[in-house]
Write a protein that binds this ligand. Structure first.
Ligand code: ZN
Length: 246
């Protein structure tokens, strides 16, 4: 006799369905089990209203294996930094090259369509190319932050770049003895300049309005114009930007 014990799943468990990653998630607002695609993580999430119904969500995911495979196949492929490829820094194209000497960014000369990012031929080539991109991110995001902070008549905050998964920027207000601190995702260097500049304006507007109320959005608009197209661009390209690795 075979005793069948239904498997007990926990929130956050991962399954492999037809070779695709599926994460189980309890969502108290859900009314039934369902599937959705998390583009940023290139995985499918199977939602259940309660922990007890996670095995129902897992069964549903297996039932919909074809749909899951199709959804994940349609996501942008993981972009890899490779010699001969092109990386756009704030919209401007740079050809990726192997070359002797210090890793460097070479601006396009008059008549050239592309600049160049050059690093020597070794195992760390890709990491060095990404480091050039991160350095560029910090320089430009710092410059734009200075611009918007000055427009708001606020002292210059400290600026850093990191690699957060879920947000493009964050702003911590000044405290006694410490200036305000703004942190950006270095991946904003992979977005068009106007989109990255909007994020700088957004974080600087928080230096005055620490919320997302109507006054905040009016301030944001006064610094960088209508935020809607920039926010839409970031939503549409989040997965692509997070897929870039060395
Ligand atoms: Zn905000």
């Amino acid at each position: 006799m075979v005793l069948f014990t239904p498997k007990r799943y926990a929130d956050g468990d991962r399954l492999s369905v037809a070779g695709c990653a599926v994460r189980l998630k309890v969502d108290g607002r859900a009314r039934r089990v369902s599937l959705r695609v998390d583009r940023a993580k290139s995985e499918v999430v199977a939602l259940a209203p309660t922990p007890r119904r996670l095995n129902e969500a897992a069964a549903f995911a297996h039932e919909k294996a074809d749909w899951i495979a199709g959804q994940l196949a349609a996501l942008p492929s993981r972009m890899t930094i490779a010699p001969g490829g092109v990386l756009r820094l704030f919209g401007a194209p740079y050809r990726l090259e192997i070359g002797p000497g210090r890793p460097r960014k070479v601006e396009a000369e008059a008549g050239e369509a592309e600049g160049r990012l050059v690093a020597p031929d070794d195992v760390a080539w890709g990491l060095r190319i990404l480091r050039l991109a991160k350095r560029d991110a910090l320089a430009t995001l710092t410059e734009r932050t200075a611009h918007h902070a000055a427009a708001l008549n606020r002292p210059m905050p400290s600026v850093a770049v990191a690699d957060p998964k879920a947000r493009w920027g964050s702003c911590r207000l000044a405290r006694p003895g410490a200036p305000a601190a703004i942190r950006y995702s270095w991946r904003l260097v992979l977005a068009p300049f106007d989109v990255a500049d909007y994020v700088c304006a957004h974080e600087c507007a928080h230096l005055i309005e620490a919320n997302h109320g109507p006054k905040f959005w009016a301030l944001c608009q006064s610094l960088a114009g209508d935020p809607a197209p920039h926010r839409a661009w970031l939503r549409a390209h989040a997965a692509e930007l997070h897929a870039i690795s060395a």
